[in-house]
Write a protein that binds this ligand. Structure first.
Ligand code: GTP
Ligand code: MG
Length: 357
């Protein structure tokens, strides 16, 4: 659940025909009679959100804290041995070597400055340093963090390897946006296999979004073009473009993504407004490799890390965000439609460390 539950009345507008090969599927969503104004999340809702996030990150928290606890058991002050052990804890929690070194150096500086630091203080300093390393990505919780533009659809292209969770993330995101009263178009530009298009169609229907599709095997750029044309003609607020993740060869990937971007810019000159790389958090270090691969192939402007439920490798969120200087926009903590969360670095750290004492 998002922080805001907005059920604005969906506007009825006539569908405008898409290009020759495309088929447009609009789902009629049940129209809610809901308040027009934003509802501020209540304390109970906030608490429920926190509990859900904590549950989703439980394995990472257990792994990290279990190791940290063992590392500092019986020690009272933060000395070189404790720092060595902390370094190992961070690395084995998938934070990544570079970010671990950065964190250790910062703590060393503070120990040198403050002369004495007990192991309890270490917790609160770790929280501070970790939160600071990650970039804040959302200015507002309105529209699930998407900065919808007036008069032009906001175009978000989703990239990532096979199985990372792109289609699922698009479905969840579309659901949050339609719930916020936004008109959402989804482009099935992963034309690699029929099942991929059908899977997206199921999500689009659940979310109450309109999907634009072509035959399996057709040109992804052509699907993206048609989706944008149709979205503009029908006054959509947000366009989500699904892409195939099978092009492991960098040159091929670069060509494909560049082609899709270029045709979209023909319809909306500054599109795509966001290129979101979806990474499977449970792959740990592999997610770093994928981030490297994709950032070299195209300009990636945001990240979503999925499957953080069921893995102790959630430390990747910290390391990837720091290493690539790309903000994490969302995290996936389950397969359910409402199990995509807006990433908030303070809430993330809070879920990992618990409330400050
Ligand atoms: N537990 C869990 N599973 C997830 C999450 N996100 C996605 N999945 C699952 O991961 C699997 C792959 O997700 P897809 O969305 O199909 O991945 P994709 O990137 O579109 O894959 P391709 O279309 O094959 O490139 C599905 O079984 C999803 O249900 C998550 O946050 N948590
Ligand atoms: Mg997919």
């Amino acid at each position: 659940m998002g922080f805001f539950d907005l059920f604005k009345k969906k506007k009825e507008e006539p569908a405008v025909a898409t290009e020759a090969n495309s088929e447009e599927i609009t789902t009629n969503v049940a129209e809610g009679e809901a308040p027009e104004s934003e509802e501020v999340a209540s304390a109970e809702e906030l608490e429920a959100e926190r509990k859900e996030l904590e549950a989703g990150l439980e394995k990472t928290k257990e792994g990290f804290f279990g190791k940290l606890k063992r590392a500092i058991a019986g020690r009272t002050t933060v000395d070189a041995d404790v720092l060595d052990d902390l370094e190992e804890v961070l690395i084995t929690s998938d934070v990544g070597v570079d970010t671990t070194v950065k964190i250790i150096e910062r703590i060393e500086e503070r120990v040198a400055r403050d002369k004495y630091m007990n192991t309890e203080e270490l917790h609160s300093i770790l929280r501070e340093e970790i939160a600071e390393l990650m970039e804040e990505s959302h200015r507002s919780t309105k529209d699930f963090g998407i900065e919808v533009k007036e008069g032009m659809p906001y175009v978000l292209m989703v990239v990532g390897v096979n199985g990372a969770g792109k289609t699922t993330t698009i479905g969840k995101l579309a659901a949050q946006l339609t719930k916020a009263g936004r008109k959402v178009y989804i482009g099935a530009a992963d034309t690699f296999r029929a099942a991929a298009i059908d899977q997206l169609a199921v999500w689009a229907e659940r979310a109450g979004a309109t999907m634009v599709r072509q035959e399996m095997g057709s040109d992804p750029a052509s699907v993206a073009y048609d989706t944008l044309r149709s979205a503009v003609a029908n006054g959509a607020d947000v366009v989500l473009i699904d892409t195939a993740g099978r092009l492991h060869n960098k040159v091929g990937l670069m060509k494909e993504l560049t082609k899709i971007r270029n045709v979209m810019a023909k319809v909306i000159p500054d599109a795509p407004h966001e290129v979101m790389l979806v990474l499977d958090g449970s792959t740990g270090q592999n997610a770093f490799e994928q981030a490297k691969h994709f950032t070299e192939a195209t300009q990636v402007t945001s990240l979503t890390i999925t499957k953080l439920d069921g893995t102790a490798k959630g430390g990747v969120v910290i390391g990837i965000s720091d290493k690539f200087h790309i903000p994490v926009r969302y995290i996936g903590i389950g397969e359910g439609i409402d199990q995509l969360k807006m990433f908030d670095r303070k809430e993330f750290v809070r879920a990992m460390f618990g409330d400050a004492k």
